[in-house]
Design a protein around this ligand. Structure first.
Ligand code: IPE
Ligand code: IPE
Ligand code: MG
Length: 231
């Protein structure tokens, strides 16, 4: 099972507590650890976090810089634990536009955990699904061996950042917004969506278990007729 999170509401959480926005981001980062523990315990093998969208680069420079530093610190702080827990780490997005130090930290952790298959943690950084598709199409067309006439989704998918990941089964978005904000648009074609009003810094084990329970009660037909209910 693959669960993806749109971690939203850090700024509003901070505002509600009379704190600067970056305190919301700091507290938000600490939620990731709790979520990973629940996922591991629940037998979920793939977890993806939307940490920074391509569009987030248009925020004030001070906020962008704070977030980039936070991501780097996070990777350095938890890198060892992730290796010990046999977590395969990946980052998806246009990574070449990220600060060099962050790119290096990502590359180091991704390389040193690439052989693990027990659990898969993916972080979307400078990610936007539309530019992912444009880039994928460009790369596909550059490959002269591609048979464009008989192209399948499986062929196309190999050009996406997410090529080694299964489709997300469940996407959870916090903060009350009910939209995807350019996250995994094609990959989530049949994902179940779960929205909660809780701001990301307040998201916790109980909320996650509630979302998993809600997902468990859903019927995923994927275009087919359900034999049990229609007989
Ligand atoms: C999500 O929280 C974190 C990022 C987008 C980096 P926001 O920063 O979007 O928080 P709100 O939506 O302003 O409350
Ligand atoms: C989506 O949140 C991106 C992340 C959670 C990283 P935003 O706060 O950027 O989304 P919008 O602007 O409300 O759609
Ligand atoms: Mg937001």
């Amino acid at each position: 099972m693959h669960v993806a999170f749109i971690m939203d509401g850090n700024g509003r959480w901070a505002q509600a507590h009379g704190l600067p926005r970056h305190e919301g981001h700091r507290r938000g980062a600490s939620v990731i650890k709790k979520v990973l523990r629940v996922a591991e315990k629940s037998g979920i093998k793939y977890v993806t976090f939307f940490a920074f969208s391509s569009e987030n680069f248009s925020r004030p420079e001070s906020e962008v810089n704070f977030l980039m530093n936070l991501f780097e610190k996070f990777l350095k702080k938890y890198g060892k634990t992730l290796c010990e827990r046999e977590v395969h780490f990946r980052a998806i997005g246009n990574l070449s536009q990220l600060p060099l130090n962050l790119q290096l930290a990502i590359e180091k952790l991704a390389q040193s955990t690439a052989h693990f298959d027990k659990f898969h943690l993916t972080v979307a950084l400078n990610y936007g699904a539309r530019s992912e598709v444009i880039q994928a199409t460009g790369n596909l067309l550059k490959n002269k061996d591609v048979d464009v006439e008989n192209l399948t989704w499986e062929d196309f998918e190999q050009y996406l950042y997410t090529k080694d990941l299964p489709d997300p089964d469940l996407i959870i978005r916090t903060s009350g917004e009910q939209r995807l904000s350019n996250f995994l648009l094609l990959k989530s074609a049949y994902a179940e969506l779960y929205f909660t009003k809780t701001y990301w810094p307040d998201f916790n084990e109980e909320e996650f278990l509630l979302a998993i329970e809600d997902y468990g009660a859903r019927e995923r037909r994927m275009g087919k007729i359900n034999d049990k209910t229609n007989n």
